[in-house]
Each structure stands twice: as structure tokens, then as C-alpha cells.
Design a protein around this ligand. Structure first.
Ligand code: IVH
Length: 696
């Protein structure tokens, strides 16, 4: 084992735990990043050292996940629940009648999505969703990117094989950032952090999951030989192995203590950086649990007490209509300020016309406002008993409040849109603000106010106009002088070097967010290729579904868009992707490889990843398309025979490692294309290929 790789893996795992589990980092982000970069570099140079539990897997991979269904070794039961304290106290009384000295563990009920993590010999083997309780989806690749999930356990005393169960959730900060990004690209935001967490866990591409900021609390241990006889002791032990166990657990011996915990947690709730929807009360001792038993669906030794949603009642004064950069109309309620979950609420989201009609919301009504993880709370209902005769039914606007254009509704979408993309001021400004934003062209010397000014002054009306601006035009404008005018022009000039995938994101094509733009840039390599792609070709891009493919296709069928792109291209923006050397290299490019048998240093899953990472294709059966059969122990004799009869080359695990190591290459696969072309043009019958060759 390469010593530095091992040291870096151990050190990074420890710093990761200190940061994400203990919240007590001892190195700076800069140092951590530098160590991670070094590890990634070394791992690239030593593919034979691949380890699915290396801290470097936290960044995820672009390989598409196919979620296998896995049967839970121990079924994942659900919990009985109640909203009534009285019912809860009866539940506890009943248990105490049977077990007079029963101890209870009270915990927060995290509002996310349940996960089961299996560990074997101290390493994360598998992560599976709850599914129907009997079987779930294998989401290991995605869960490996969650920094608070330990990949390799610390300390000692853990069973050889056991499960940790817990909740994957999205903290408010990540949720708000994600929804802001989604709204920016015209994508429907997630309704709440729970949906966002569940949706993220099922994404195809784990590198996207890695960026979404999921977290995980573990609250349950399952196995045949757990070290302790009680839940509390086992969770404390698990904390020592590196699991993130909430510190907000309490061992209670009486109803009074339970009630106090519930009360305190209710007060704490609004300050938590994540959503909880109640408290879970569990009998502590496993012997007691066995005595109480379970029904088919849920244990008799645990119950969830759920909080009613945090609500406030207040008056609806008026409604504003905001126009976004994609033309989407969002109604926003102006409310009588009211205290809710630790903040004063003045504005609330009304979503769309349908929602307003459904709830029969009228101006002057007393409305219920609720707050989840969102920045903006939402109106969830009307208190009809307080409706007065003055409350007027609500008319949804028919025309854009900014430009007066008649609004339209796209089939299947709840929102109204202003179709006047060309000259509706907030749409123009919105598009340019998006274009210059940090993750797009990063023209930081320009801000929203300056853009509004430039649009008002008639100096720019689309994104390409930015590249015709001159210092002389800017100097006379209010609050701009010679110096800032020069800065602006300099940063506009600099933006011409921004890589293609960011230019693509900056164009503001609907649904094309940062990640999709990256995928498209990597897949097509240039704007020309993307522009000419059919819907089917677009669909071959990872994470691109029907809706996005059609939208991109349509975007490039508009003469206006093509003219705009032409102007940007003339201005010198990057429309070709840089060659990336980030993937594993192309040592296996174009080769079809069948894996058979078991291996000493890699699992089959790892080998599959390695093949794909190095440009090869993992085939399931031997055929004339197979180049190599990667043979392990106990491989099927039929496969071997077929491979021999077809003349397929049979290679061992170490042959394979040699093939993918950075130094070696396979002649046929890595011959530089340019040399082949040059050879071709010097040989006879040059013709068309000579023309092609001369391009180099
Ligand atoms: S214990 C057999 N503890 O609530 C009991 N569940 O409504 C296993 N949940 O599916 C569950 N926080 O996803 C337990 N501290 C906690 C929890 C918790 C959230 C979720 C879990 C479960 C659901 C049941």
C-alpha cells in the first residue's frame, strides 16, 4: 500500500469526522482541500489502490447510478404516532404497568428520509433506503458523498456485521440555496427539505448529490451481536466509532421527564438548522423491547409524538406579483406582521393561481401562515369564521404588472408566464444579472443596480450588448467614474476566458442549471455539437430528461437565440470545452470488458467503476464485441469456454491493474488521433481525409 495514500486517507477521514460530526475542525478548509487534492492526485496515479471508502469518494462520481433493489436483512418497521400528549402518556403508562422500572430514550424526530447503513469489518458496505420496509433501493454511491456518514469506523468494539439506521436530511441552509438555484433556472422548487432530501438521494449522479449538502443523524442500531444490552449504550458506543448521533437525546425514567423533554424540544425547534416534526420515545432495554414485541408494522416499544405544524394567524393586506427572469409570475402576500417560529413574518408565498383558488383566499382574510425550512413562509389556509363581508374575492392578474403583456400558462405548469421575453424589463435585467453572476460569467464589477441603469439608459438590452460597452459610454453615468468604468470594462474582457460550461449556464436556457451545463459541456464538447444535437442525442447526457432535452432543442431552433449566440461568439467567448484530464484517463477507451468470478483486491462493483472511469465498457456477457475477459477466482466455466472459442483475451486482476495504471497504455486504444490522421494523409488516396488532416 502506498504509504502517503494511506496516511492521507486516515488523516482526511479524521478531519472529516472532526468537521462534520464533531463540528470541531482543527485544520483550515485550505489545508483540508490541499490534502484532498494531493490524495486525488495520488489515487489517479495509483489506480490499483482504489478503495470505495477513500475520503476522496465524498465528491461523488459522474457514473450513472442504477439502483438495485435490496431486501432488508432486518425489516425496517415504521413507528406508531400520535399528536396527543394524553395518548402518549397512556402509551408510557401501559408500558410501565408491564415493566415498572422501564427506561425511555427520547429523541428528536428528524424530518428527512430513512436510511439503513450496513457495516462489515468496520467499513461501509451498503446504504439502502427504507422502500416498503421489506426492501429498498441501494443508494450507496450517493450516501458515500454525505460527509457525516463514516466510511471506515474508528475505535473498536463494533460488531463484524451490523446496521445503523438513521435519517438523511437537508439542513435549511442547503435547502434554501438549492431552491434559489432551482428558481433561478425556472425549475419548480422543492416543497420542503424532506422532499429535497428524498429526491437528492435518488439522483443518478453522485457528484450532484455531493454538492447538495445532505446530512445524516443515526438513531438505531440493529444486528445479531450488538455490544450492549440497551439502545442508549449502543448509540454512545456508535458515537465513539465516528457516527453522528444527536446530542439531543435524553434518558427518561418518568412521564414528567418525558413531558419536559417534549416541551424543551418544542422550544428548541425553531432554532434548529434542520426540520424535526416531533419526538420519538423508545424503550431503552432490548430485553424490555423483546417483552413488548412488535405488530406486523410497528414496534410496541416505541412511538412518535408529532408536533402540529408551526402556524400563526394573521391578516392578508395585499398581494404583489413578481416577475422572474424566466417570466414566471409569483404572487407574494403582504401580511400584518406576526411572530412565527422565532421571526417576524411580513410576507408569504402564495405559489400560484390554482393554490389561491383552492384555498379561496381573499384580500382582508385572516390566513394561516406556516414555516418549514423555507426562507419565505407559506399561506396554508383561511380562518373562515373570521371572514368579514369586506373580504373581496381574489382576482388573479391577467396581464404582466411590469410590461402589460397578456400572461400565458404553459400546459402542465401551475405558474403564469409573461411571454414578452424580449422587452419585459425585469426579464431583461434578470437574464443579464444571471449572466454576470458569480457561477456564470463572474463579471463582479457589475451589479444588479448598474444593470438596471444600463438597461434604463438604453445601453444594453441583451447579454451580448455587454461586450460592446465602452469606458466612454460608462463614465458619464450616475455613480460611475473613470476608475469604475475601467474596472467594469476590464472584468467584461476577463470574462471572455470563462470556460464553456459556465458560458452555457450563463445563457440562461430554462432548466439548464450549473450541473446540467457541466454535463452538457462534457458530453458534447462544443456549442456547435450541442446546437445540432437531436432530442435523442440530448437525452444521452447524464441527468437530462425529456423536459430538459426538448427545452434545449427548442432553444437552438430560435433564430433570435442563434443570432445572440453568434454575437457572443464574435465577442470571443469560449464555446468549446477544455480537454479535461480529470477522469481516470483513456487507457481502456473503446474496449469491451466482461468481469467474471471473484477478485482479491477489488469488488466487482469497483472493477466496473474502474473500467468505466478509464473509458471502457463493462459488458455482461461474452460475445464477439468482447475485447477482454477479466477473470477472477471461481469464474463460470461456460464464460471461459466461450471466451476461448471467440479468441477473447483473458486477463487477471493484476493484468487489469497494469492496463489502467497511468504509465502503461494499450496500443490500439491510446494511439493519439492526430498521428493517425497525419499518417493517413501521407499515404495513398488522401482525398477527403487529406482535407480533414490539414485542419490539424
Ligand atoms: S426509530 C423501529 N428514531 O420516523 C423504529 N425514527 O415515522 C425505527 N425518524 O421511518 C425508527 N427520527 O425515518 C426513529 N429518532 C428517530 C427518528 C425516526 C426520524 C423517522 C424514521 C421512521 C419514521 C417513522
Amino acid at each position: 500500500m502506498h504509504k502517503e495514500i494511506q496516511q492521507l486517507r486516515e488523516a482526511l477521514a479524521k478531519h472529516n469526522w472532526l468537521y462534520y460530526v464533531e463540528a470541531q475542525p482543527i485544520v483550515s478548509d485550505y489545508e483540508y482541500d490541499a490534502m484532498m487534492r494531493r490524495l486525488v492526485e495520488l489515487e489517479k496515479a495509483h489506480p490499483e489502490e482504489f478503495d470505495p471508502n477513500s475520503p476522496s469518494v465524498r465528491v461523488g462520481s459522474d457514473l450513472a447510478n442504477d439502483f438495485q433493489t435490496v431486501v432488508h436483512r432486518y425489516p425496517m418497521l415504521s413507528l406508531g404516532n400520535t399528536y396527543s400528549l394524553e395518548e402518549l402518556s397512556e402509551f408510557c403508562d401501559k408500558i410501565c404497568r408491564e415493566i415498572p422500572d422501564a427506561e425511555f430514550v427520547c429523541e428528536q424526530k428528524f424530518d428527512g428520509t430513512a436510511i439503513s447503513l450496513t457495516y462489515q469489518d468496520g467499513k461501509l458496505l451498503r446504504a439502502v433506503t427504507r422502500g416498503d420496509g421489506e426492501k429498498g433501493d441501494d443508494v450507496t454511491a450517493n450516501v458515500r458523498t454525505i460527509r457525516s456518514v463514516p466510511l471506515v469506523l474508528m475505535g473498536e468494539g463494533y460488531p463484524d456485521y451490523f446496521e445503523m439506521r438513521g435519517e438523511v436530511y437537508m439542513p435549511h441552509s442547503s435547502f434554501n440555496r438549492l431552491n434559489a438555484e432551482r428558481e433561478d433556472i425556472g425549475e419548480t422548487p422543492f416543497a420542503n427539505p424532506r422532499n429535497a432530501a428524498a429526491g437528492t438521494l435518488k439522483l443518478q449522479n453522485s457528484s450532484v448529490v455531493a454538492e447538495r449538502g445532505l446530512e445524516c443523524f443515526l438513531y438505531y442500531m440493529e444486528g445479531d451481536n450488538l455490544p450492549f444490552a440497551s439502545h442508549w449504550e449502543n448509540l454512545e458506543a456508535a458515537r465513539g466509532w465516528g457516527f453522528r448521533i444527536s446530542k439531543q437525546m435524553r434518558l427518561c425514567r418518568s412521564w414528567a421527564e418525558i413531558a419536559e423533554y417534549i416541551d424543551q424540544t418544542a422550544q428548541l425547534r425553531s432554532e434548529l438548522p434542520y426540520d424535526i416534526d416531533g419526538v420519538v420515545i423508545k424503550v431503552n432495554s432490548y430485553a424490555d423491547r423483546r417483552r413488548l414485541g412488535s405488530t406486523a408494522k410497528a414496534p410496541r416499544w416505541a412511538v412518535a409524538y408529532k408536533y402540529k405544524a408551526e402556524q400563526a394567524l394573521t391578516r392578508l393586506h395585499s398581494v404583489d406579483f413578481q416577475v422572474g427572469r424566466t417570466g414566471a409570475i409569483t404572487p407574494v402576500a403582504n401580511l400584518q406582521p406576526v411572530h412565527l417560529a422565532g421571526t417576524t413574518v411580513k410576507r408569504a408565498s402564495l405559489h400560484n393561481a390554482e393554490q389561491i383558488a383552492l384555498l379561496d383566499i381573499r384580500l382582508g382574510d385572516m390566513v394561516y401562515v406556516e414555516k418549514g425550512g423555507e426562507i419565505i413562509p407559506k399561506i396554508t389556509g383561511v380562518e373562515l369564521s373570521e371572514r368579514s363581508a369586506e373580504c373581496v374575492p381574489f382576482e388573479y392578474i391577467t396581464h404582466c404588472p411590469e410590461c402589460g403583456a397578456a400572461l400565458v400558462r404553459i400546459e402542465g405548469e401551475a405558474k403564469h408566464y409573461c411571454p414578452n421575453t424580449e422587452s419585459c424589463p425585469p426579464q431583461i435585467v434578470g437574464r443579464i444579472v444571471h449572466f454576470i453572476s458569480r457561477k456564470a460569467m463572474k463579471i463582479e464589477s457589475l451589479g444588479e443596480e448598474t444593470i438596471e441603469l444600463l438597461v434604463r439608459e438604453g445601453l444594453v438590452s441583451d447579454i451580448a450588448d455587454i461586450y460592446s460597452l465602452t469606458v466612454e459610454q460608462l463614465v458619464p453615468l450616475p455613480r460611475l467614474g473613470q476608475k469604475s468604468a475601467e474596472n467594469i470594462i476590464a472584468s467584461i474582457e476577463e470574462s471572455k476566458q470563462v470556460p464553456f460550461h459556465r458560458v452555457l449556464f450563463a445563457l440562461g436556457i430554462r432548466y439548464v442549471g450549473e450541473t446540467t451545463a457541466k454535463q452538457l459541456a462534457a458530453h458534447f464538447g462544443s456549442l456547435d455539437a450541442l446546437k445540432n444535437a437531436s432530442v435523442d442525442e440530448l437525452l444521452e447526457t447524464p441527468e437530462v430528461g425529456d423536459k430538459i432535452a426538448q427545452t434545449i432543442f427548442d432553444y437552438f431552433r430560435s433564430d433570435d437565440n442563434l443570432a445572440l449566440i453568434q454575437r457572443l461568439e464574435s465577442a470571443g467567448l469560449q464555446f468549446v470545452a477544455e480537454q479535461k484530464g480529470e477522469s481516470g484517463g483513456a487507457q481502456l477507451s473503446g474496449l469491451g470488458i466482461v468481469i467474471s468470478g471473484t477478485f482479491v483486491r477489488h469488488s466487482r462493483e469497483e472493477l466496473k467503476e474502474l473500467i468505466e472511469k478509464h473509458g471502457g465498457k463493462n459488458l455482461s456477457s461474452v460475445s464477439s464485441k468482447t475485447d477482454y475477459l477479466l477473470a477472477g477466482e471461481n469464474m463460470g466455466p461456460a464464460k471461459l469456454k466461450k471466451a476461448e472459442s471467440l479468441g477473447v483475451k483473458i486477463i487477471s486482476e493484476s493484468d487489469f491493474e497494469q492496463m489502467i495504471s497511468a504509465e502503461s497504455s494499450i496500443e490500439s486504444a491510446t494511439e493519439p488521433i492526430m498521428e493517425v490522421t497525419v499518417e493517413e494523409i501521407t499515404s495513398s488516396g488522401a482525398g477527403a481525409s487529406a482535407e480533414q488532416g490539414s485542419l490539424f
